[in-house]
Structure formats: structure tokens, C-alpha cells
Design a protein around this ligand. Structure first.
Ligand code: SF4
Length: 425
């Protein structure tokens, strides 16, 4: 009898979803915990089809550049960071970043996803100078940069408020904010992951709220499969849904940047925790768990236009399957990746491979910008672009060079102060 009740409950919730109804937390938990995976896929695919009836799957050509790996936050799930003073720590120079932009443009890209560690020796002025110099050289190039914890880090370094830091970054050339550093937006979980100090759940959401108020579009992410419960994942999704409701009701106008006047999050991206080389250790969530999580996110986040497939962590084959579980975007033709690779995942797909997977799944592949506006057909069908069979890294092995311009900025750590005062370095 209990089993029959459960089946009936799931059937009732499924019908509500099919009719475009909004699920509450109990209904979402019922689906996540008990609905068959095929049913979750059917419901999520139905929502994807209603939002994107033209069967277009988008992707962006951009480069994921990590400007520094020096970080004081020390999240225990992170295999990328190096502590202050480490011989393996690096900061990219402006010229190195320009070279990466040149290579990105050659491959048809028009944007950097620029994120890095919380380096105490890079003041706000360094970011402003970098952004300005990128925009002077490449006026059309877009900067999707600095996740909310990096913005919080800059408020602490500069003693300015979040709106003030965002305003200065926009004035320097910031175009949008990536949703990194969200992990799970539940403070109990964040304390266990040692990422509560870098940004609480409210602080992460607060940066996004202010970014939306300032007229920026942003993305939202979720890293699951470590110490959280299914209820925590749903709490994360519902907090994002609430903020999206709030931001979509706000009069944010992005027309000044030449984009359509829409507000809030453009997309949601979820991926599983990658355990290799991390202090936290453990196992990676399975492919089925990924697909169930993606489908539930598509059902809960009914005010998000786009869900990305995370082929970078799940591989091309599960990435392709994501298109039947609610995803309508293949994310980035990632030219460079350092963070996920440090934790053991090293999947690579260039534009040809992404398009092959999209078309084989029965969709039309289109290039987009970070606002999910269609730019055109695959670039390799318009002109010759080099094939990219492995991802680039931030720096070549053994390259310990120090950018000359660092001397122009005030350091905070004793080790870095000594280096910047030494005329030989
Ligand atoms: S996840 Fe980001 S903030 Fe956390 S230790 Fe790694 S680089 Fe630092």
C-alpha cells in the first residue's frame, strides 16, 4: 500500500511538471529520491523542449584562464591552489594573457572565463589595469570574470563594499560574472569543505544580487557529490530559484553593453566533485547520479533559460546524454583548463567534436555569446581553424617567470614584499 501511495504521488507530481507547474521542496525531494531515472529524463526533456522548441543546442568558444593559483582560502576539495610563498605558485603576466587571447581569437573565440585563487598580493588595481588593457587592445573581447568569492576577497583587500568593487570592475571592463565558488549554498556544508570563510551562502548570493542590480548577467553553478545531502542540493537549487525570481523582477538594464535588457542568471551548470589530489578525498559521483541531478535541476529551476552539460567533468558521452536530461547547452569549447584537471578529470573536445556530439543527438549546433545570443553556425564550417586535441595549461612545465608589472603593485605577504623590492627579481 505504501509503495502504491509512493507511485501515485510521483505520478501526480510528474503530471504537474508536464503541465508547466512549479514544484515545491517536498515534491522535488520526492522526485529526486524516488522517481525512475527515465521519468526524470522525460520530464526534464519536456521542459527543455518547451523552452527551446527549435532544437538548437548552443556552445561558446572561450578560454578558461586561471590568472593565479596562489590562494589563501584553502578549500579542502581543491587540488589547484598553492599557498603563498610556494615555489609552484604563479601569477600570469599581462603579456601572457594577451597571447592567450590571440590564440582564442584564432580559434574563433571572443571571451575569457577568467578566474583564479585568492592571492593576497594582487590588489584591486591589478585587476582594473588588466581589464582596461584587455579592452584597449581587444575592444570587442568579453571578460566573464571573477566568481563571487573572488569579489568578496577583493572587498576585504580593498575595504570597499560589494557594489563598489563591482562598479569599479565594470568601469574597467568586466562584462559578466561566472558562478564559480558556489559549491553547495548551505553553510553547514561550506564549513565542512573549509569554504565558509571565503564566502558564506548569503555572501555568494549577495554578490550575484548586486551584480544583477548593476545590470550584469551571471551564471550559477553547483558542485555536488562530496559531503552534502540530497536535501542540501535542493536547498541550493531553491535559493538560486528565489534569487532568480527576485532579479527577474528587478529593472536591471544591460542595454548599455549592447545586449538585450534581461536580468539575472543566464544559466545553471552542475558538476560532480572531482576527488583526485584533494585533501578531502573520496569518490566521484556516478554518471546516473549526474543525470538525475541535472534533470531535477531542470525541473526545479523553472525560471532559468539554460542548463549546461558538464562534459569537462563527465566526459563527452555523458555530456551528450545530458541533452536528453534537460541540458540545452554544451558549455565551452574549452581551450585551456587547469582546475578540474588538477583534480583528475582531463576530457577535451574541440568544436568539431562538440558539434559531432550535438548533431548525433538530433540537435542543431550553434555558437553563442555569454548572453546566450546566437552568433552563428560552427566556425569550422566557415573557415579553417586549428584542431585542438588537448587542452592548454596556464603555464608550461618549469616556467617560473615573474611578470615585470608585478613590481607596480603593493604586496601584502612578507615573502612577496621582499621579492618585489628586489631589483633582480
Ligand atoms: S577552490 Fe578557489 S578559493 Fe578554494 S582553494 Fe581552490 S582556488 Fe582557492
Amino acid at each position: 500500500m505504501v509503495l502504491v501511495d509512493g507511485v501515485m504521488r510521483i505520478a501526480t507530481i510528474a503530471n504537474k511538471v508536464r503541465q508547466g507547474g512549479r514544484v515545491d521542496r517536498d515534491e522535488a525531494l520526492e522526485l529526486y529520491a524516488h522517481a525512475p531515472t527515465a521519468l526524470l529524463g522525460e520530464l526534464a526533456d519536456g521542459i527543455r523542449a518547451r523552452r527551446h522548441p527549435e532544437r538548437i543546442v548552443t556552445y561558446i568558444i572561450d578560454r578558461n584562464v586561471n590568472y593565479t593559483n596562489v590562494c589563501v582560502a584553502r578549500c579542502n576539495f581543491c587540488a589547484f591552489y598553492r599557498p603563498v610563498g610556494s615555489a609552484e605558485g604563479y601569477v600570469l603576466g599581462f603579456e601572457e594573457i594577451f597571447r592567450k587571447i590571440d590564440e582564442t581569437i584564432e580559434l574563433g573565440g571572443g571571451q575569457l572565463l577568467l578566474q583564479g585563487g585568492h592571492n593576497p598580493d594582487l590588489p584591486l588595481e591589478w585587476y582594473e589595469d588588466l581589464f582596461r588593457s584587455v579592452k584597449e587592445r581587444y575592444p570587442q573581447f568579453r571578460l566573464h570574470a571573477l566568481s563571487p568569492p573572488e569579489v568578496i576577497h577583493l572587498t576585504r583587500m580593498s575595504r570597499l563594499t560589494v557594489p563598489q568593487v563591482i562598479e569599479r570592475l565594470i568601469a574597467a571592463g568586466l562584462d559578466s560574472i561566472p558562478g564559480g565558488g558556489a559549491e553547495i549554498l548551505v553553510d553547514r556544508v561550506r564549513r565542512i569543505l573549509n569554504c565558509y570563510g571565503k564566502a558564506t551562502a548569503d555572501e555568494w548570493l549577495g554578490v550575484m544580487r548586486e551584480a544583477h542590480r548593476a545590470g550584469l548577467r551571471t551564471t550559477a553553478t553547483m558542485m555536488y557529490g562530496h559531503v552534502e545531502t540530497v536535501e542540501d542540493r535542493l536547498e541550493h537549487m531553491f535559493r538560486l530559484r528565489d534569487l532568480q525570481d527576485e532579479s527577474m523582477g528587478s529593472p536591471a538594464v544591460t542595454a548599455t553593453q549592447g545586449f538585450a535588457a534581461k536580468a539575472g542568471f543566464t544559466a545553471f551548470i552542475t558538476w560532480s566533485y572531482q576527488p583526485e589530489h584533494t585533501e578531502l578525498g573520496g569518490f566521484e559521483a556516478t554518471g546516473i547520479e549526474y543525470l538525475r541531478t541535472l534533470a531535477v535541476a531542470r525541473i526545479v529551476l523553472d525560471n532559468f533559460d539554460n542548463l549546461q552539460a558538464s562534459w569537462v567533468t563527465q566526459g563527452g558521452k555523458v555530456g551528450q546524454l545530458s541533452l536528453a536530461y534537460g541540458a540545452n547547452d554544451m558549455g565551452s569549447v574549452m581551450i585551456e583548463e587547469n582546475v578540474v584537471r588538477a583534480a583528475g578529470a582531463a576530457y577535451c573536445m574541440d568544436e568539431i567534436e562538440i558539434v559531432r556530439n550535438v548533431e548525433n543527438a538530433g540537435f542543431t549546433a550553434k555558437r553563442r555569446n555569454m548572453h546566450y545570443e546566437i552568433l552563428g553556425d560552427p566556425i569550422f564550417r566557415e573557415r579553417d581553424v586549428p584542431r585542438m586535441l588537448e587542452l592548454a595549461v596556464a603555464r608550461g612545465d618549469g616556467d617560473t617567470s615573474r611578470p615585470a608589472e608585478l613590481k607596480n603593485y603593493a604586496a601584502r605577504s612578507a615573502a612577496e614584499k621582499r621579492l618585489r623590492q628586489n631589483p633582480q627579481m
